[in-house]
Design a protein around this ligand. Structure first.
Ligand code: AMP
Length: 142
């Protein structure tokens, strides 16, 4: 069982929180908007921390120092980069991951030893795979 902190309880953050809690991990979700916690399922057995994750006091309240894993999922690359760096540098968390929309920033995060999920790059790759499959089928049928 891992102790996992998730920043942002939007569509992605709540999906991860619900799934990881269901798998038996200990999860803390941080969101500055308490309404966002409505997206957590009734089975969610973790903790909710209301506050701005860029504030040190909020990260301390979430017991960040004890976390095995830290995942930044907000819509803002700058917020994700900031909190991920704090988690890495100040709290020495080994596994730090962040959602990054801007593909050009992927390299920077990697240099900071932060694992990146870039939805644009992933969607692009998946579209290309479907296009290649369709292209191969069309060519086979000729
Ligand atoms: P979404 O817009 O569905 O991707 O969700 C993003 C979530 O991240 C929203 O629920 C926001 O309230 C939350 N969020 C954005 N910035 C922060 C922040 N600095 N600290 C905590 N939560 C945040």
């Amino acid at each position: 069982m891992l102790f996992i902190i998730i920043v942002g309880c939007g569509r992605l953050g709540s999906y991860l929180a619900n799934s990881l809690s269901y798998e038996g991990h200990s999860v803390v979700v941080i969101d500055k908007n308490s309404d966002a916690f409505d997206a957590l399922s009734v089975e969610f057995s973790g903790f909710r921390v209301e506050g701005d994750a860029t504030e040190f006091s909020v990260l301390k309240q979430a017991k960040t120092a004890e976390a095995d894993m830290f995942i930044a999922t907000t819509r803002k690359d700058n917020i994700n980069l900031m909190v991920a760096q704090i988690a890495k540098r100040f709290f020495n968390i080994k596994n730090v991951m962040a959602r990054v929309f801007e593909p050009a920033r992927e390299k920077l995060y990697k240099e900071l030893d932060i694992d990146i999920i870039c939805p644009i790059t992933i969607a692009g790759r998946m579209f290309l795979e479907l296009i290649w499959q369709a292209q191969n089928q069309t060519e086979d049928e000729k």
